[in-house]
Design a protein around this ligand. Structure first.
Ligand SMILES: [Fe+2]
Ligand SMILES: [Fe+2]
Length: 166
């Protein structure tokens, strides 16, 4: 039996995963608008991935016989600056999500809720990968700075990301 505190915390995380999805779609829209179509495609895939994260929590709660109630969401930002700033905002966001998931894991352990803890460890591991991927993109963008050809190369490379991997 899952405790009410854990249910509330997971519903909140579910909401944050959907907000995360919305943020990436807003970033994708911004990159399309600023003609970085490769980055736009990458961010759109990330949008889909975050939706799958939300649904992973959703499915877990359904399996735990919880009535899943969806909450309101704040509108994401609309302007993100340079391509480097887009991915810096992504990294900052992912780090905040990692901190949330670590706190949630602590909470699950405190409640001796090993099923929820196990679910959360999947997310904790996923965050390591996401932060590493975004950091790598940031490193490349730092390297090319404002060089048009370099930015074009990075954008093209980002456009090769195809499938959602979770
Ligand atoms: Fe996520
Ligand atoms: Fe993420």
């Amino acid at each position: 039996m899952i405790s009410d505190d854990i249910v509330d915390a997971l519903l909140d995380q579910l909401n944050h995963e959907f907000q995360s999805a919305n943020l990436y779609l807003a970033m994708s829209a911004y990159c399309s608008h600023t003609d970085f179509n490769g980055a736009a495609a990458w961010l759109r895939t990330q949008y889909e991935e975050e939706q799958l994260h939300a649904l992973k929590i959703y499915d877990y709660l359904i399996d735990q016989d919880v009535h899943v109630v969806l909450g309101a969401m704040a509108a994401p930002a609309t302007e993100f600056g340079s391509l480097l700033q887009v991915f810096q905002a992504s990294l900052e966001h992912e780090r905040a999500m990692t901190a949330r998931l670590n706190e949630l894991s602590d909470m699950a352990l405190k409640h001796k809720d090993h099923a929820t803890y196990n679910l959360l460890q999947w997310f904790v591991n996923e965050q390591v990968e996401e932060e590493a991927t975004v950091s790598e993109i940031i490193a490349k963008l730092r390297l090319v700075k404002d060089d048009g050809y370099g930015l074009l190369m990075v954008d093209n490379e980002l456009g090769t990301r195809t499938n959602v991997q979770i």
